[in-house]
Design a protein around this ligand. Sequence first.
Ligand code: DQA
Length: 150
Amino acid sequence: MKILLVEGPLLDKIGEREPQIYGKNGTREKLLCAFYEKAKSLGVETETVSEYCEGELAKILANAKCDGIVINPGAYTHTSVLLRDALLCSKIPFVEVHLSNIFAREEFRRKSYLSDAAVGVVTGLGSATYSAALEGLVNKISTDKETDLG
Ligand code: DQA
């Protein structure tokens, strides 16, 4: 099984940007380490893409070749019909993730263009967010495969 981790803009700045919200120096390393460790323990292959440009992200998503996607769209979560369309075009199951709890912040962050099309949403678990999403997604894909066979 192959899972694509997709990060939108400013997620490479975790540890530097608004540390009171996203975590201090070292959080990004912890976040990615936990994700890759979880992938190893689940025996799944991963690829990671970090991209600022909305159009490029859409191209990557629409042409993705993998079994599942874990995506932190950053600010595009709250604005992008394009990313929603690209994910639907891919027909690949995805989990939307956020390090912060988007429901406990500004009103405008409560709206996501992706959530209702996602298999699930993981929001607010800090450095455990990506690994928790990966575990849930892999579990869901495996269960759905078994059901298809049965
Ligand atoms: C974020 C939440 C978004 O609202 C914000 O624009 C981000 C990061 C998170 O991981 O908590 O860039 O996706």
